[in-house]
Design a protein around this ligand. Structure first.
Ligand SMILES: NC(=O)c1ccc[n+]([C@@H]2O[C@H](COP(=O)([O-])OP(=O)(O)OC[C@H]3O[C@@H](n4cnc5c(N)ncnc54)[C@H](OP(=O)(O)O)[C@@H]3O)[C@@H](O)[C@H]2O)c1
Length: 328
């Protein structure tokens, strides 16, 4: 099969499009013919630590490799495709099932075929969605759901401010927050104001036209998806028991998070949104009912993945960048 191999840090042009051995499913794994994948910010972090804070960089290098990756690998945190073989102990899926899901830090999506355990964050693809539409959902929605539901305990009637609402996580967060019956103020650039309204945001603030931290409104939750601000700059915008959720934590934020949990009052929370099959099932249900819509900036063929990485690493994509995988 053809796959994109990652063996060196540096420019995306170092990625290699090569013939490699087909993966073979174990007893509890499925083999998936991949039709679409994405370049996510997670891929960029594993490829070249693009969005990793400087205080977290040493830990990230320990995980992925100091100087060069610990081993040559295939990236790709999301995939949509058809199951072509199921291991002998697989019960959840069968050959022919059309699925989509997250591979997380294991990667593997940037290839014509991938193996995943049957208990991975994998669900049946809604028939109403194309491969490209389906694959644009899991990464952002998994992280958004983890932050809003598990860390923020979002409830009906909560007032939310979502900063960086136009990206992968942000566009899912706006929709999920509305599903949880919260009131949403989305912060984005002028080009994305209409998109935010179409996803259900109650109020939209164009950050290029003014500083939202100077507004008088207060919130139960402030979700900074892109590291655009800080807990200190936003503290006065939080309700007395309000929570500042941060997708990009430095070591100082981790310390503040522990401290604010200990002393009570306004808190800062963050963490790693590890994949969860339960979250994926919830996300698939919302996608099937049309309550969670994919947002796609543009798509690239697999052989042009370096261009896709370059776009994502500039940090301005709208929703998701999709990669289509052809089969002769
Ligand atoms: N903690 C976790 O478990 C976890 C999981 C996944 C990802 N992450 C991290 O979360 C971050 C966001 O991921 P993502 O995939 O959602 O990113 P993304 O899709 O690349 O988000 C980019 C979006 O943010 C907007 N933006 C850029 N600067 C902004 C600003 N100052 N204010 C408001 N909006 C701004 C951009 O539009 P404009 O430039 O037009 O404004 C663009 O639409 C990444 O750093 C990623 O590493 C964390």
């Amino acid at each position: 099969m053809r796959a994109i191999l990652h063996a060196r840090y540096g420019s995306p042009d170092l990625l290699r499009f090569e013939e490699v051995a087909m993966p073979v499913p174990r007893d509890k794994e499925v083999l998936i013919r991949v039709h679409a994948t994405t370049v996510s910010t997670g891929d960029c972090n594993m490829r070249n630590f693009t969005f990793v804070t400087s205080s977290m960089l040493p830990m990230a290098k320990l995980m992925f490799g100091i100087g060069k990756p610990w081993k040559e690998r295939i990236l790709g945190t999301e995939l949509a495709g058809e199951i072509v073989e199921a291991g002998k102990d697989v019960e959840r899926f069968k050959s022919g099932d059309q699925v989509f899901g997250s591979t997380g830090m294991s990667g593997g999506g940037h290839a014509q075929y991938a193996c995943l355990p049957e208990n991975a964050a994998l669900a049946m693809k809604p028939a109403s969605l194309s491969w490209e539409e389906a694959v644009a959902i899991p990464f952002g929605a998994n992280a958004a759901l983890y932050y809003l539901r598990e860390l923020g305990k979002t409830q009906a009637g909560h007032k939310l401010l979502i900063i960086g609402a136009s990206g992968s996580i942000g566009s899912a967060a706006v929709q999920l927050a509305k599903h949880l019956a919260a009131t949403v103020t989305a912060v984005c650039s002028g080009a994305n104001v209409e998109l935010m309204k179409s996803l259900g945001a109650d109020t939209v603030i164009d950050y290029t036209k003014g500083d939202f931290t100077k507004n008088a409104e207060t919130y139960d939750l402030i979700f900074d998806v892109v590291g655009a601000t800080t807990f200190d700059r936003c503290k006065h915008l939080l309700e007395p028991q309000g929570i500042f959720l941060s997708c990009i934590m430095g070591l100082d934020d981790v310390a503040r998070s522990l401290w604010t949990t200990f002393i009570g009052g306004k808190k800062i929370r963050g963490g790693v949104a590890i994949n969860s099959p339960e979250r994926m099932a919830f996300i698939a249900g919302l996608a099937a009912s049309g309550k969670l819509k994919p947002v796609i900036d543009r798509s690239y063929p697999l052989k042009q993945i370096a261009q896709a990485f370059k776009q994502v690493e500039r940090g301005h994509k709208k929703g998701n960048v999709v990669v289509t995988v052809e089969h002769p």
